[in-house]
Design a protein around this ligand. Sequence first.
Ligand code: 26Q
Length: 836
Amino acid sequence: MTREYESSLKVLVNRPNSELSELKKLTTDADTLAANFKHYFNHTLGRSGNCDKTHYYYSALVMTVRDRLMERWKETQLSYDEGDCKRAHYMSLEFLMGRALSNSMLNLDITEEVRKALHRFGLELEELREAEPDAGLGNGGLGRLAACFLDSCATLGLPVRGYGLRYEYGMFRQKIEHGRQIEEPDHWLRDGHPWEMERPEYTVRVHFGGRTVHRRGYDGSLVVDWVDTNDVLAVPYDILIPGYRNNTVNTLRLWKGEATDEFDLDEFNEGSYPEAVAAKNDAEHITMVLYPNDKSENGKELRLRQQYLLASATLQDVITHWLMNHNGFGQFADKNCFQLNDTHPTIAVAELMRLLIDIYGLEWNRAWEITTRTMAYTNHTLLPEALEKWPVRLFQKLLPRSMEIIFEINARFLEQVSHQWPGDNDRLSRMSIIEEGGEKMVRMAYLAIVGSYSVNGVAQLHSELLREGLFRDFYELWPHKFNNKTNGVTQRRWLAMCNPELRQLINNTIGEDWISDLDQLQKLAPHAKKAAFRKKWRAAKQHNKERLAKLVERKCGVRFNTEAMFDVQVKRIHEYKRQLLNVLHVIHLYNRIRKGDTENWTPRCVLIGGKAAPGYMRAKRIIRLVNNVAAKINNDPLVGDKLKLVFFPNYRVSAMEVICPGTDLSEQVSTAGKEASGTGNMKFMMNGALTIGTLDGANIEIREEVGDDHFFLFGLNAEEVQQRQGGYDPNAIIAADNDLSQVMSLLESGYFNPLEPGLFNDVIDSIRDPNDPWMTAADFADYVRAQQQAAERYRDQDAWVASSILNTAGSGKFSTDRTMRQYNEEIWKLHCEKKK
Ligand code: 26Q
């Protein structure tokens, strides 16, 4: 940005109360809403009454709602500036927002008035809602967590801004054809995105490539220039994030990569005008598509470009805004904090150093102090293979100056380590940010730890395992940096919005305070003893099961009997999450039916859903297995209503909004010690599902909150999993277990793949492999026992419904309101000055 531009901005910022920006509050009665809606439909969108495109009704409604957000947003931002508030900047390559309409209406408290307004035009709100595509800018847990965090921060009135990328294509759409996953691009922006505001005036320039020149400055100090770069523009788009009925509206700022207006003059002068213009494509490609892997894929240049674009654009944005209101960096670290959502934006550590030193002329030590007082890192995985590493060679090519800075950070860091542990060379090479041996790699997690003042895991067990395992050396050096922040979910979306039946019942019973104070749900516990209340609770669940059954019928062509237990596992497909264990259990139930072992049978409908990373062949095979087993079972007349199995296609946020309210049993069966936290587990619990699960991630805390009697526990714990590695003999386990032997025999006989012999050999072999890290066979028998216990409980509906109520009642801890309070109290410490 040019100097002149900066100063003109300053004028604008300093004259917030000019006549132009003065706002009269728009009212939210049905009359005004209807008038606005009509205006947008006719005048702004230029449609006419006989146009039957739901899309335009939807767009007109979004504009109507957005106006109400806009005025609150301006006031909120002004108050943060006036209060000179300390701010947190949540940096994430993913924000899995889903749909925004219902959420915005809920938070603004205008749903019923909007419904009335639409009725005047003969329109149904439900239909317009369905016209909104999911904003699928994330893979799974980590991305959805970021979205829940934003909702809670706005609700708590915390000055937190999300920074991410505006991918043109979000998470792929999953089609199932002949049992196979087919990926289709998700061009979610095609019909326009009425929630976003382009803000070209805040565009920044981001450099790539080139080389560095080291020289002496006029005062003799060493100066580094980064020259001959290929530049890209980062253009921000803002999305408004309303708090729950508190007039706060925060910002999610997403960057789009665009070409600069310059082009290759040589080429141009040679007359190759089209070639010169075409070269611009590279820039536009940076934010074209979300990487659909939820574990790191090493070495993809485009991914590193994405990460750097986010880091550099965000830091420039924050610094520019800072310098408009402050002189120099004296208080910068007291007033700013960058929360790194996993290592993905960690290049920000080196980038902040570069900006402070090369652009603003600070000395190394001063810059390092600011960096390490503002950066905070959240880890989301324990799997060592999922830790991000980048080849030094790639770094040097793409970000030569960043690489120099990382080398310098590492040299100074290793100096500190050797001071603490003289002569311990093993430790030096273990802790080095640069991995040596084969091709030199940058270990992003280590860069994040060295550059941050806080390192947190996302559930108690996970944080403990980080300290004892993955990051042990760093914990020994800096114990004070390490802390835990157990994840949560926002109860606004994941109960109040998605489960209106239960919301109404809860409101009638304990009032509405739980919507912004989830611990209030505890007041439901005594009602679990009352038959009349249980009856209503059950009716709400029944209603939600009907709704889910309809969706399943539409998407899978299978009719679920709503009297049956709805047994659900939805999440990314991963070996460690053990969808395979779930399928083995379904085959076991099928075997029992075939044997006639069906006395006191509990009918079950099993639903499995989730996307596999496109290159993850084993995961894709598991999807085929689910589909093939489903085809057999659902078409076997012997089975009837006793058992159903479906693979639910294209699992995403808006699908979960229907799935979790209708679920009886939540499957959380990961190999202990592998799932960092899980958050689906919390959504199910909040909606009154009982959990069958291992002692992994947040399951442990869920069980603690609800009590052992209302959670079906099974399997090895994390320590036992560790101990068993090495001496594990799945074939002996299978041989000694009749049920498992029979399941394996049926699988191995080709019963589920008659036309494609050997199709599942690879999956079968993985169960029999003594090196199976997921220990599926080891947990099978205990899983079957726990499933049997769940089935028996379900037949005692009084007991089941009581447990269901107690699950909702005990879910208070798992609100992201609690999580965000803890981030704020223990990491960010946000505060504003008293207004004068
Ligand atoms: C990294 C580099 C290159 C390409 C892709 C990636 C990448 C992208 C996404 C790596 C990981 C992810 C996502 C991880 C994730 O979702 N982890 C989940 O985070 C949740 C929120 O903390 C936890 O509840 C889950 O346990 C954890 O699996």
